[in-house]
Design a protein around this ligand. Structure first.
Ligand SMILES: C[S@@+](CC[C@H](N)C(=O)[O-])C[C@H]1O[C@@H](n2cnc3c(N)ncnc32)[C@H](O)[C@@H]1O
Length: 407
């Protein structure tokens, strides 16, 4: 019975991966239809008088959008070929795969900014805002007898795991977690694809048309990746990193206290995995993550479950709650942890609605969850994959805290 469930879950997972790969494969057609074509049609609709008012290079720049979309698509097609091979998918059957949704397709446009943030030299400064602080923390913790285990939930494409492995050297194992198949697909390609430094040029900003001072800045290309991961791997005798796919609370949370939902399941397999990670992590690093969920308390309880007594929770990022304006609802269940029976169902639970302020989070951590604040900085300015030429546009005001779970 259980085995069948596991098989069907695996089949579902592979099906979802195929749909994601297909979305990257179809990016060029989608981006031309959604981003280039309406602008060309708009130009066509203008009177000759107004067409003549536009700059001489207007149409040339519009045409450049199309050619940059094509270059982005080249990068994606290589990512699909490589990931399909890793996952054992036959691209000859691509036409039989489930069609991606519009939301899947939109992600293929927006995720290019994430690739730029994580893997371009232009965003090194942005990444350093956290990395310099982590370096100071590791110096502060000093050498320990045992290897440190660091956990990074919602890691995105995964650059932070590589940077942490390099910072901490052989003294740490870095475990990361991510549930987005779009992120995971690019992660497999960028982390394991043996790419040369600057092998690709991507154009992350060609799908957004506001705020530009000059069109050349919107059209600017960025070389990726800015790091040679395979030689880092070789020179260090292997980077100690692991990726665990799934929702953070599902993979690392406690077995009691969290309601069953789309993000938390109570299968025997997951219950066992969660029991195994209890008190196993020295440092949890949440980077632009804690505002991403429906229920921040699930995240806080998960971090507390995973940390060893004496372990640290390091947080960097703003509180820009992703579901603040989301009108969707879901059903959550109270499940008896001993019988696994769903005892109470709460339908129509809003996804939005639990947007805690910084001081509320820290108050809960210190008065209810047994943490002590070691460091708190507020109002740190940071972009998030911001174009260098939009430097005048405000980014986010971020928190940085280091709090320690008391023994
Ligand atoms: C704003 S991004 C931050 C990515 C990365 N930490 C960085 O700083 O570049 C948030 C990430 O968390 C992931 N995420 C959101 N909710 C999650 C959950 N419940 N479990 C695992 N990952 C999640 C998203 O897919 C996304 O990759």
């Amino acid at each position: 019975m259980e085995l069948n469930n596991e098989i069907s879950n695996e089949q579902e997972e592979l099906k979802a991966f195929r749909k994601t790969l297909l979305s990257f494969w179809q990016y060029e057609e989608f981006a031309i239809r959604e981003h280039y074509q309406p602008r060309y049609d708009k130009w066509m609709s203008l009177s000759d008088h107004q067409k003549a008012l536009l700059p001489n290079d207007y149409l040339y720049n519009l045409d450049q959008i199309k050619s940059k979309i094509h270059s982005n698509a080249e990068f994606y097609k290589d990512a699909v070929l490589s990931t399909a091979e890793t996952l054992g998918f036959d691209l000859n059957y691509l036409n039989d795969w489930e069609m991606p949704s519009t939301s899947d397709m939109n992600k293929t446009c927006s995720i290019l900014v994430q690739v730029y943030r994580e893997f371009s030299a232009a965003c090194q400064e942005e990444r350093n805002i956290l990395l310099s602080r982590i370096q100071a923390l590791l110096n502060d913790i000093g050498q320990t007898d045992d290897k440190l285990t660091i956990l990074v939930p919602g890691v995105g494409i995964g650059r932070l795991i590589v940077d942490l492995c390099i910072l901490a050297g052989s003294t740490a194992t870095v475990i990361s977690n991510e549930y987005s198949l779009h992120m995971l697909t690019l992660s497999m390609f960028l982390l394991n694809g043996n790419l040369d430094v600057n092998q690709y040029t991507i154009y992350p900003f060609i799908h957004s048309f506001s705020h530009w001072d000059m069109k050349s800045n919107q059209l600017k290309g960025y070389s990726i990746p800015d790091i040679d991961i395979s030689s880092q791997n070789q020179s260090r005798g292997g980077l100690n990193m692991e990726m665990r796919m799934g929702s953070f609370a599902d993979c690392f949370g406690p077995n009691v206290g969290i309601q069953e939902s789309s993000q938390y399941t109570v299968t025997p397999d997951m219950r066992l995995k969660r029991a195994e990670v209890e008190s196993s992590i020295d440092i949890v690093i949440t980077n632009f993550f804690i505002d991403t969920g429906f229920n921040i308390l699930d995240y806080m309880e998960t971090i507390t479950h995973a940390l060893k007594p004496g372990g640290h929770w390091v947080n960097f990022g703003p509180l820009l709650y992703h579901f603040e304006n989301d009108a969707n609802q879901e059903t959550v269940y109270e499940t008896n942890p001993y019988t696994n029976n769903r005892e109470i169902a709460k339908p129509n639970t809003p996804l939005k609605g639990l947007e805690l302020a910084t001081m509320e989070i820290l108050d809960i951590a210190t008065t209810k969850l047994n943490y002590k604040i070691k460091l708190l900085e507020q109002g740190i300015p940071s972009g998030y994959g911001k174009s260098e030429s939009l430097i005048h546009i405000p980014g986010y005001l971020c928190n940085y805290w280091v709090i320690q779970l008391q023994e």
